[in-house]
Design a protein around this ligand. Structure first.
Ligand SMILES: N[C@H](CCC[C@H](N)C(=O)O)C(=O)O
Length: 279
């Protein structure tokens, strides 16, 4: 089976063109392909499929085989793939995802896509939409709430769904956070019935942040597009940042805007690295 290796600022996935290939059990295939020693190595796999309502359909499976609703860095690469490989020449184009149809504006360089601006849709803020358990009298959002881990450590967390769940924690100094230790504890906290992606954020000024991510189902990644979108929303909700920010992630930068129309727009690069044959 042929595959294409792509990344969005270092958040790397294996892309399979299911206009030409058939993948029977992606949840089992993802961990095998994603293994960085016994497989190809990636943060997961992404299937590119025909769609009756958009230019294509995307399904994303994390490195542990769990399927996610959406992938920001991934959808920029899907857009690049279907444009560069002539599945469509629309610009903007649309990608059907579990989190809804996304509209994507392409930036090209000598006729090939170098980056994209994605309408990530509207954030969901209600506790039940994250989803997050917890007693509450009425449906409320989760802003700057105390989350206590079983070992007694507690964090102030803001939760935002971009179709997939995100927990955002603002810290004064990212260098002091042990993300491997705390990320997994928060990901698997019983209050999150579908687990959660975890982002630690240092705010430099109202227009600029640095973030580090522990992803649900993949662990530490170099970037998270849905996560950066959620960070943009959380910054506004906590009155720490403006609606338009620059986010520095370990793998590179993303521009985010929670626009007045209620949608979050994410702008960033997309790269194709190599193609191969999986036996
Ligand atoms: N681990 C995520 C899916 C990948 C999202 C991320 N890689 C992005 O760029 O948005 C989840 O389980 O919700």
């Amino acid at each position: 089976m042929r595959f294409t290796k792509m990344h969005g600022i270092g958040n790397d996935y294996i892309y399979i063109n299911c206009f030409e290939e058939e993948v029977k059990e992606p949840a089992k295939l993802a961990p095998r392909m994603s293994d960085r020693h016994f497989g190809i190595g990636s943060d997961g796999i992404i299937l590119i499929l025909p769609s009756t309502v958009a230019d294509c359909k995307m399904r994303i499976f994390n490195a542990d085989g769990s399927e996610a609703q959406m992938c920001g860095n991934g959808v920029r690469c899907v857009a690049k793939y279907i444009y560069d490989h002539n599945i469509t020449r629309n610009n903007p184009l649309t990608v059907e995802t579990v989190a809804g149809i996304k509209s994507i504006e392409l930036f090209t360089d000598n006729g090939r896509v170098s980056g994209a601006k994605v309408n990530m849709g509207k954030p969901r803020l209600l506790r039940s939409e994250i989803p997050m358990l917890g007693k509450e009298i009425k449906e409320t959002s989760v802003i700057d709430e105390l989350l206590t881990i079983s070992n007694g450590i507690s964090w102030r967390i803001t939760c935002v769904s971009m179709g997939n769940p995100h927990g955002i924690i603002f810290v004064d100094n990212l260098d002091l956070v042990n993300i491997s230790k705390h990320g997994i504890e928060i990901e698997h906290h019983p209050v999150f019935p579908e687990r959660i992606n975890v982002h630690f954020v240092q705010v430099h000024n109202p227009k600029e942040v640095t973030m580090r991510t522990w992803e649900r189902g993949s662990g530490i990644t170099l970037a998270c597009g849905t996560g950066a979108s959620a960070v943009c929303v959380a910054g506004v909700l906590n009155k720490k940042t403006e609606r338009k920010i620059l986010a520095h992630l370990p793998g590179g930068d993303l521009k985010l805007e929670w626009a007045e129309d209620g949608n979050v727009y994410m702008t960033g690069p997309a790269a194709e690295v190599f193609t191969g044959e999986w036996h």
